[in-house]
Design a protein around this ligand. Sequence first.
Ligand SMILES: O=C(O)CCC(=O)C1=CC=C[C@@H](O)[C@@H]1C(=O)O
Ligand SMILES: [Mg+2]
Length: 328
Amino acid sequence: MTTDLDFAGALVYAIPLRTRFRGIAVREGMLIEGPAGWGEFCPFADYDDAESVSWLLAAVEQATRPPPPRLRDRIPVNCTVPAVDAERAHELVAASGCTTAKVKVADHAGSLAEDLARVEAVRSALGAGGRVRVDANAAWDVPAAVRSLRLLDRMAGGLEYAEQPCRTLEELAAVRRAVDVPIAADESIRRADDPLRVAVAGAADVAVIKGTPLGGAWRALEVAAAAGLPCVVSSALETSVGLAGQLALAAALPELPYACGLGTQSLFTGDVVADGASLRPVDGAIDVPATPVAPDPARAAECRHPDPARDHWWRHRLSRVATLAGVG
Ligand SMILES: O=C(O)CCC(=O)C1=CC=C[C@@H](O)[C@@H]1C(=O)O
Ligand SMILES: [Mg+2]
């Protein structure tokens, strides 16, 4: 596939996070310009070239194709609460303006007491009308998931759902049978060869759809339809360039019954777009950009990776993954 993408002129960025998230302190990735605008290539550093192919296809899609037809202009989002202490969790939720919060749990062995305190603080910040969901990133086995979710559900005064409590579909299905908390599948969809299996296995009530790892908004729409479950669009920690693609996906889904995990810009200390153009929630929702989102030259220069060795590493990675993907 020839794409007219400006690989040589791509920007390698490095943006520190306010709090470590998913073990990441500094988010790195690339912005690539094409005929339809800018795309973002940002597979996590621990992903191999084969798994990075779909991330590149997402960047190529955003830079070369118009987004799918939009059905809505504003996307309700959740506040994302990293594994911080209860006081900080309360502050983050109170400052977010969101009525739904997703709380990271099971961040390390023996974290349950901290998880309970964090969830309690989040509920108190949201008030009784808010919704609290948790994400364990597959850290629990079935007994730990059942025990922890019962306690967290009680502490939260009812959890909206629990995202990826365990690793396998069989484990998710077992937890789902044992607890009243609805189960959402994330890694089981974005890292699976066959997302359809999630619904067939009775493993989840909700599908978390991340357009960037799934190869772009158009492909993610197919995955969402195949999954046959209510969907939540969630970010893969992109800058506002990549987030725009995720908002376009959320805007195009036939149904959007839950707040989406797209309020992640506030986890970063900076952004590549102009001040005021960062895609952050106002009153718990983000407007879908009406025109393609492009980096601002001054902001992008501030975010440019300062380490030539990392710049080289990313360019080399892009070239290998592009060869694998047959993209040039
Ligand atoms: O869903 C959200 O609220 C924000 C996005 C988010 O939590 C994630 C983004 C990228 C990697 C993940 O570890 C994490 C997740 O597991 O959902
Ligand atoms: Mg998740």
